[in-house]
Ligand binder design. Sequence first.
Ligand code: BES
Ligand code: ZN
Ligand code: ZN
Length: 505
Amino acid sequence: MDTKLFFGDATAFETPMLAVFAIDQAEGKDAEPRPALLGAARALQAAATALLASGEFKAALGEVAVLHAPAGLRAERLLLVGLGKAKDLSLDRVRKGAGTAVRAAKPRSLRTMAIAFPTVEFSALLTARVLVEGAEFGQLDWDTYRSDRKDCSIDSLTLIKDEADAAAVSATQRGFDEGLIVAAAQNFARSLVNEPGNVLTPTVLGARAKAMCDEAGLKCEVYSSDKVQELKMEAFWAVAKGSAEPPALIVMTYEPATAPAADAPVFGLVGKGITFDTGGISIKPADGMEKMKYDMAGAAAMIGAMHAIVRLKPKVKVISVVCSAENMPDGKAFKPGDVVTAMSGTTIEIVNTDAEGRLVLADGLHYAKTLGCTHLINAATLTGACVVALGMINAGLFSNDDATCVKFEAALTVSGEKFWRLPCTDDYRDHIKSEIADIMNTGKNRYGGATSAAMFLKEFVGDTPWVHLDIAGCAWNEEKKPWHAYGPSGIAVRSILEWVRSYSA
Ligand code: BES
Ligand code: ZN
Ligand code: ZN
């Protein structure tokens, strides 16, 4: 999609479809809806008056209505896009509105459209950013493997903002440019998650990461079985060795143009990249196992984040470590009862081979520390227990450091992603105590399973400030929404970017 920014009068803009946003001004839960356009020009207001008064369009979030040949406008169609109740208006709703607008155009086979900026209290920069993010995100459907696929993509989108002073123009332009970078990164992550396990093996994931880095000018090393064993990553290797597909250890490094101070933070982005999780010898039931192709969504989030970091150029060093393997049952596979020694020296009793994510991350987190990372974040489709706890609306957030966690939570107000903090305090340490080794790879029972997994990871970060994102429930959209398709969500990319950038002076 060719997305452009235009400063001028939306009413005079020639386009097959012009989208404008509306909110419901009614207060109180039983009040009749009072839809109103979000501060659009008088000609737009006039064109929409009858529809707004009809009661047919209530401006609910994701609701759309189309007017053909709207009087007084050069556009062939006027698309009203609801953003919901006025009191609930947020940046994320504007983002969703932009996605809804684009997705409304697709089934109408329109290739060109425009969206008028809403008049909102948010900054010009962030408003421009979320409009681009939402539109670029909404544009994609994950149907490339379908022979009956009809390509309904939008070729050209123009975002129209009223003429403004120089400061507003430059802030809007910056937000627009950033939005394109962030959306491209998130969509890249989604494209990786969408790939089936037979296409995206660990080797292919490594090759895709390398190609992305080469194109962007980012340092990237991709290692395999030899290096994993040479580094004594026995926890990672235990998972990897049961598959005919070799593992990939992917290390991407971003250095800012000006060398940061010696005591400046170095960020470590660690991703779980299980390209298919059968459960191994503790094999999963057949029902739903096909979903386990997205068990590399944490890795995709980190690769996506690096895609944007090299373009957004924060003034901090960022290293990403992705541990990718296939978890398979085989004559060479690891088994319940095995004891392995992680790269850190910690011994682990394997109780369940389906708890493989924490094993690859244990070595990934430790390795990131040896590379000099002072702040760690990991993303992983780690536990079904997290899905049981939070459903598919919030992803799990865990941290060993309140200040770091608060900074991450602040980033969420901009990213619009939902993470809910769950505990991993030392009183849960007993969950992973083993009689045989230092720790075991499951909790002592099924209660608090997401926290047991977090406690396991915590063993490997030591005192380093660390954030753990359990995205098992949010990495794949089971339901379509007006603003997004069925399939990979790209969750965590935006939040990680915002968090890293919050440390860049
Ligand atoms: N990849 C799964 C977790 C998962 C569940 C991801 C649902 C996405 C959706 C993970 O490797 C796993 O199987 N975890 C086990 C751990 C248990 C054996 C302690 C689980 O959650 O059941
Ligand atoms: Zn598993
Ligand atoms: Zn898994």
